[in-house]
Design a protein around this ligand. Sequence first.
Ligand SMILES: NC(=O)c1ccc[n+]([C@@H]2O[C@H](COP(=O)([O-])OP(=O)(O)OC[C@H]3O[C@@H](n4cnc5c(N)ncnc54)[C@H](OP(=O)(O)O)[C@@H]3O)[C@@H](O)[C@H]2O)c1
Length: 267
Amino acid sequence: MRLKGAVVLITGASSGIGAATAVAFAKRGAKLELGARRVDRLEAVAERCRKAGSPEVNVRRLDVSQSADARAFVAAALRTHERLDVLVNNAGAGWMGRLHQMPEDRVDELIATNLKGVIATTQATLPWMLERRRGVIINVASIVAFRASPYSAVYSATKHAVAGLSHALRGELSGTGVKVCVVYPGVTAGTEFFAATERPVGPQYPASWVANLIVRTAQFPRRDAMVAPIRAVHLAEPVLGGLMDHAIGEARRLASPQLGGTGVPRS
Ligand SMILES: NC(=O)c1ccc[n+]([C@@H]2O[C@H](COP(=O)([O-])OP(=O)(O)OC[C@H]3O[C@@H](n4cnc5c(N)ncnc54)[C@H](OP(=O)(O)O)[C@@H]3O)[C@@H](O)[C@H]2O)c1
């Protein structure tokens, strides 16, 4: 896909991977529709995108956990541009701790944000894309969609669900010209995803890497995408599976006072 002048919708663009993705698309000359709940933060990202080369950037308050809000976000973008080329479902929420201690409202929030939000924006987008027989939907999952992470049971479940939803939809859309791809980030620096006391130990890579992977996936939407070190972990999985479970669980426990560890300060 040619990105110059393309209309790209990004949910969760007020920080982290979403903000970096907005700037990466802006550098290729795409027109942007940015959504999140913190509009002041979106405005700052929009300014960076204009400076980076985007010919048009609009920001809209969006709570993807509210399906009506998610549908309205897509509808507003369509009214503005009468066109829609790429949807990046990036907005996401996490919660770390033991499953039996997870409050029900946080369970609901994760499912509504990470899964129902993706469903709502996708449902709103598909009729237009199907009619024109073109368009790319990119869903940001996580490495935990492969290797479910201890102390993140519900988060892991929602990301498995996003991958499952995407793969089922890909089959359903076969031959229509509309593509669905999944991007699987690992632990990513420069995001607000982890609370200071939860930041995991171990290797991380910058949000700009994930952003570039998302842009590349929009240009060549042939398959799902993983940042290279994550691919290595995935390939090692059949051999190292049990050990990885233990290592990830221990690292998380040690990193989090909530789980009895001492905490890892935000760098
Ligand atoms: N950071 C990592 O290590 C990592 C690893 C794997 C996957 N991921 C995934 O990457 C995606 C982006 O996260 P991030 O790492 O960039 O973390 P982040 O910096 O915390 O960004 C999360 C974004 O999602 C938005 N968001 C959260 N709830 C929302 C809601 N109900 N409605 C609309 N927007 C909402 C936030 O904006 P507002 O608060 O302004 O609404 C923010 O822009 C998520 O799907 C996450 O699961 C992250």
